[in-house]
Design a protein around this ligand. Structure first.
Ligand SMILES: [Zn+2]
Length: 94
């Protein structure tokens, strides 16, 4: 076990609450504007952090949290994309 100390905190792109980094999902934008979950949190590139809640995904889309996080590179996420990303996350946690 690593020693406890400073816990990095990130802001959710949806609800904008600040939470410990490991409670958030990291999303990265791949070439072509595809949104993927960075399970290891080590992928290069600009990332956005979000709570593992569908509501936050929707908020991030609606309130342009992703657009902000990805500095305009993010165009649009389809609802199916959101569902897919969620499915992956659920599987990761098992
Ligand atoms: Zn959130």
């Amino acid at each position: 076990m690593g020693k406890k100390g400073h816990i990095p905190v990130r802001m959710c792109a949806g609800c904008r609450r600040r939470r410990p980094k490991e409670e958030l999902i990291r999303l990265v934008l791949k070439d072509g504007g595809k949104l993927v979950i960075d399970g290891e949190r080590t992928r290069p590139g600009r990332g956005a952090y979000i709570c593992a809640e569908r509501e936050c995904f929707q908020l991030a889309i609606k309130k342009k949290g992703f657009v902000r996080a990805f500095r305009g590179k993010f165009r649009r996420v389809l609802p199916e994309e959101v569902s897919r990303v969620f499915q992956e996350e659920r599987e990761c946690q098992k």
